[in-house]
Write a protein that binds this ligand. Structure first.
Ligand code: TYM
Length: 327
């Protein structure tokens, strides 16, 4: 039997943080053995907000490097840049004619992201961003999409668009399922556990970036806010410690019970010290690998990735064009 297919992506904007790693990348690596995997650097998504062109170009390559350093294996998984496969933009147009204003108006991420500059001044691209994401996924007849919690609503829209197109024009798309991990799907800010850890957070102390050095990691964890009470347990009503302990659990791969037992009767100070050490150790191999891929090696991987991706995407696109009467 042929393997089921997974698709996921991340934006080359800002610096990747531990939330991206634990919510998404870690699972991409875990799933690549059992699935036929496609991991995309979504640079077309990046320009829904203003970007400096030279920075974007570099960040796009750097993000592919991060995928590799995190353990995505180009022998097993297909890594490519979204703009290298023109069908992503083409299918976005077709799906824009299938999607409804009302359903996009309900997207909470647009509401969040448009808040800063104001809705009136937001790009139309930011508004239809979830349609581009649906196109990414549907082009590959994807079975499963490993993402963090913040992408769940976009996945629901993707399913709705696929079902509507299939109903109105004939079956062109597989309807994908989200894969959202039980632990780590929403890593919170170290400074405000009511908010998710985010690339766009102005308070740097809230995020552990994947390329933070050991000193910085230790300082950020030391300064992380905690809740009232002293016990170190998994408890949703104490979101700060719950978040820190979740990070500890994921980077050490221990069970919840083991973690709780380990810190029973211990204070925040000692816990934070051990957490910092565990995070630093967890990131070390990744940080060592990041410089091992030079631009030439990277470009070879990305070129072959784009060819593999385009072979599938073009088939889906031809079928879609035929079904809507364009070809
Ligand atoms: P992006 O670039 O914001 O984030 C990449 C991945 O990281 C996850 N994530 C988190 N997980 C846990 N805790 C957090 N604090 C946290 N912050 C981010 C995200 O859920 C995501 O899985 N729209 C997507 C990119 C995209 C995509 C796709 C994903 C475009 N097309 C197709 C899957 C399939 C995004 O902006 O992710």
């Amino acid at each position: 039997m042929s393997k089921k297919r997974i698709f996921s992506g991340a934006q080359p904007t800002g610096r990747l943080h531990l939330g991206n790693y634990l919510g998404a990348l870690k699972n991409w690596v875990a799933l690549q053995d059992d699935y036929e995997a496609f991991y995309c650097v979504v640079n077309l998504h990046a320009i829904t907000l203003p970007q400096d062109p030279a920075t974007l170009r570099q960040a796009t390559l750097d993000l592919a490097r991060i995928y590799l350093a995190a353990g995505v294996d180009p022998e097993k998984a297909t890594i490519f840049i979204q703009s290298d496969v023109h069908e992503h933009a083409e299918l976005t147009w077709i799906l824009s004619c299938v999607a409804r204003m009302g359903e996009l108006e309900r997207m909470t991420q647009f509401k969040d992201k448009s808040q800063k500059g104001g809705r009136e001044r937001s790009s139309v691209g930011l508004f239809i961003y979830p349609i581009l994401m649906a196109a990414d996924i549907l082009l590959y007849q994807t079975d499963l999409v490993p993402v963090g919690q913040d992408q769940k609503q976009h996945l629901e829209l993707t399913r709705d668009l696929a079902e509507r197109f299939n109903r109105d024009f004939g079956a062109a798309f597989k309807v994908p399922e989200p894969y959202i991990p039980k632990a780590g799907a929403s890593i919170k800010s170290l400074q405000d556990p009511a908010k998710k850890m985010s690339k766009s957070d102005e308070n740097e102390a809230g995020s552990i970036f994947l390329l933070d050095d050991a000193d910085t990691v230790a300082k950020k964890i030391k300064r992380a806010v905690t809740d009232s009470g002293t016990e170190i347990t998994f408890d949703e009503t104490r979101p700060a410690i719950n978040n820190l302990l979740t990070i500890y659990q994921l980077v050490t791969e221990k069970s919840q019970a083991e973690c709780v037992e380990q810190f029973a009767g211990k204070g925040y100070g000692q816990f934070k010290g051990e957490l910092a050490e565990a995070v630093i150790e967890y990131l070390r191999p990744f940080q060592e690998r990041i410089s091992t891929y030079d631009d030439e090696a990277l470009n070879t991987i990305l070129k072959s990735g784009a060819e593999k991706a385009a072979a599938i995407a073009s088939k889906t696109m031809l079928d879609v064009y035929q079904k809507v009467g364009i070809r």
